[in-house]
Design a protein around this ligand. Structure first.
Ligand code: ATP
Ligand code: MG
Ligand code: ZN
Ligand code: MG
Length: 474
C-alpha cells in the first residue's frame, strides 16, 4: 500500500463498532481502521493530530506488547499505524457515509488526523485455496466466559447468573434490543460440544452484535442495533449449502436445513476447540470448574453427557477466558483500588506517566501487571497492578474471535479419476467435510482508566434490573 497514492475508489465500507470504522481494500487483503468521534464534535476535532497518533500507536502497542503475550501470538495481528492524506480520508468519509447503519451515525469518522490502523483483512485471509471457493468467516463477540468468584461480590446472583444473561434483561428494558438473546457465554466457553453447539445455535437465532458471518469478505449475516430485523435464516442456509454438500449428500442430493446447520456449527466448534494451528497435545483448562454453569442458560442440563470438561488449554476460547479471569476481584473489589490510585493521582498528577495509566504499553507495563503481589499490602503499587489487570481483562471481555474457513485443500480426484481419500471418507461416514481454518482475536484496544467508575455504575444497574425482573423468568 503506497500511502501517497491512495484512491478512495479502491476501498469500500466494511463495518464498524462503537469506537472505529473499518474499510477494506477491493483487491488486497487489508483493512484500514479509523477512529470515530461523537457527531457533536464533527466541527472541531476533540484531539490534536499528535494525540490521535498517540492513541492509534497505543492500540498497536497494547495489542502487540500486552494482549499478544497473554492470548498467544498466533491469534493476534496488531497491524501498524499509517498516516493518510487528508483529502483521501475526506473523500472516503463521504463515500462510506450512506452505507453506514443509521444506529451508528451518532458518531463520525475522524477526518482530521489522517491516522489509521492498517491490518490484515481477517475476513478474507489467504488460506491455502486450491479451488476458488470464497472464504467463510465467522465473527463472534463471546463476552465474559466465567462467573465471578471474588469475595467482594455483594449480590449472590452474580455468582449464579452470568453477566451476559443479566445484561440481556437490562438491554431489553432500556430498549436497546427488542428481544433477549438466549446465547450464554458460559455454554460457549464450557468446552462441552453439546453446550457449545447450543450456544452457537442461539447466536444464529438472535445475533445482536455477537455474531456476523462473511463470505468472500462480504458480510452476509448480522443484525444491526436498533433495527427489528428478523434475520433470514434461509438466506444464510442458501449461502452455506455449497460448502456442505459433500459425500453422502451428493447421493441424497438434498441435505436438510437442520443437517446443514448442524454441520456448519460442528465445523465451527472444532475450530474453536483447536489450538488454532493444530499443534500441541490436548490439555484441559479446568480453572473455574464448579462455577461453570449459568443458571439462566436455557441449555437443558440433563442433555450433558460428560459434564463440563473445559476447553483444551491452548484453544482460542481457553486463552481468552484465562485473560478475562485477570479480573479476579470483580468491579466491586476493584473499585476501592481504583479510588486509591485516583486519590494518589489527584495529589501527584505527574505520577500518571510513571504509573503508565495511559501507556506507553510496553514490556514494563506487562511486567507491572504480571508481578502483582497476591494480597493487598495497602500499597499504591498493588492497586496499580490490579487496575492494569482489570483493564486487560475488560479488553479480553470485549474482543471478537474470527474463524476463517475454506474447504480443505485435498484434491477432489486423483490422476486416474478415482475418488480421493477425502471423498471416500466423506462418502463412507463422516460429515461434516474437512475445512482449513485460521483463528484470530481482534479489537484489542486498551480500555481507559477513567471508565472504571462507569463500570461500577453499570454493574449495579444490570444487577438491580435483573433482580427486579423476577430473575429466572424465561
Ligand atoms: P466495539 O464496539 O466492539 O468495541 P470497535 O469500534 O472497537 O468495536 P472493531 O470491532 O475493531 O471496532 O471493528 C468493527 C468491525 O470491523 C468488526 O466487528 C469487524 O467486523 C470488522 N473488522 C475489524 N478489524 C478487522 C480486520 N482486521 N479484518 C476484517 N474485519 C475487521
Ligand atoms: Mg468490536
Ligand atoms: Zn449466562
Ligand atoms: Mg472495540
Amino acid at each position: 500500500m503506497e500511502v501517497d497514492k491512495m484512491d478512495e475508489n479502491e476501498w469500500r465500507y466494511h463495518g464498524e463498532g462503537n469506537k472505529s470504522l473499518v474499510v477494506s481494500h477491493v483487491q488486497l487483503s487489508i483493512v484500514l481502521r479509523l477512529l470515530k468521534y461523537p457527531a457533536e464534535d464533527s466541527e472541531n476535532p476533540p484531539q490534536t493530530v499528535e494525540q490521535a497518533f498517540r492513541q492509534v500507536q497505543n492500540i498497536v502497542d497494547f495489542s502487540s506488547n500486552v494482549m499478544s503475550c497473554l492470548l498467544g501470538e498466533k491469534f493476534v495481528h496488531s497491524g501498524e499505524v499509517v498516516k493518510l492524506p487528508l483529502e483521501f480520508v475526506r473523500q472516503l468519509s463521504i463515500k462510506v457515509q450512506h452505507q453506514r447503519p443509521a444506529s451508528r451515525r451518532d458518531k463520525v469518522m475522524d477526518i482530521y488526523s489522517g491516522c489509521a490502523l492498517c491490518l490484515p483483512n481477517l475476513t478474507s485471509p489467504t488460506l491455502h485455496q486450491p479451488t476458488h471457493t470464497p472464504t467463510l468467516c465467522i465473527e463472534i463477540k463471546p463476552k465474559c466466559g466465567f462467573l465471578p468468584y471474588s469475595k467482594h461480590v455483594s449480590q449472590d446472583i452474580k455468582t449464579k447468573v452470568c453477566r451476559f444473561c443479566m445484561h440481556q434483561h437490562y438491554k431489553v428494558a432500556m430498549g436497546m434490543w427488542k428481544r433477549r438473546s438466549r446465547y450464554c457465554p458460559i455454554d460457549l466457553f464450557s468446552g462441552n460440544r453439546q453446550r457449545m453447539h447450543f450456544a452457537i445455535r442461539q447466536l444464529i437465532e438472535e445475533p445482536q452484535n455477537n455474531l456476523k458471518i462473511f463470505k468472500g469478505g462480504q458480510c452476509i449475516f448480522s443484525s444491526l442495533e436498533g433495527i427489528d430485523d428478523l434475520m433470514d435464516l434461509n438466506s444464510l442456509l442458501h449461502h452455506l449449502r455449497p460448502y456442505f454438500q459433500y459425500g453422502n449428500n451428493r447421493i441424497n442430493s438434498h441435505m436438510t436445513s437442520k443437517a446443514l446447520l448442524n454441520d456448519f456449527i460442528q465445523v465451527l466448534v472444532n475450530a474453536l476447540l483447536s489450538a488454532g494451528s493444530g499443534d500441541g497435545g490436548v490439555v484441559m483448562d479446568r480453572r473455574g470448574e464448579g462455577w461453570s454453569s449459568c443458571e439462566a442458560s436455557m441449555f437443558n442440563k440433563e442433555r450433558t453427557r460428560h459434564g463440563s470438561q473445559g476447553s483444551p488449554s491452548n484453544s482460542v476460547l481457553s486463552r481468552l477466558r484465562q485473560t478475562q479471569m485477570l479480573d479476579t476481584l470483580d468491579i466491586e473489589g476493584l473499585y476501592p483500588l481504583y479510588r486509591r490510585v485516583e486519590q494518589h493521582l489527584q495529589d501527584f498528577p505527574k505520577e500518571r506517566t510513571r504509573l503508565q495509566m495511559d501507556g506507553p504499553y510496553n514490556e514494563a507495563f506487562l511486567e507491572k501487571l504480571q508481578k502483582c503481589p497476591s494480597d493487598d499490602d495497602g500499597s499504591l503499587e498493588y492497586a496499580v497492578s490490579k487496575v492494569h489487570q482489570y483493564r486487560v481483562a475488560m479488553t479480553a471481555k470485549d474482543s471478537q474471535i474470527m474463524v476463517a474457513l475454506v474447504p480443505s485443500c485435498e484434491e477432489e480426484e486423483d490422476d486416474e479419476g478415482l475418488p480421493s481419500q477425502r471423498q471416500l471418507r466423506d462418502f463412507v461416514s463422516s460429515r461434516p467435510p474437512a475445512f482449513s481454518y485460521s483463528v484470530s482475536i481482534l479489537d484489542l484496544d486498551p480500555k481507559p482508566f477513567d471508565n472504571i467508575p462507569r463500570q461500577l455504575h453499570l454493574d449495579h444497574n444490570i444487577v438491580s434490573c435483573y433482580l427486579r425482573s423476577g430473575c429466572a423468568l424465561p
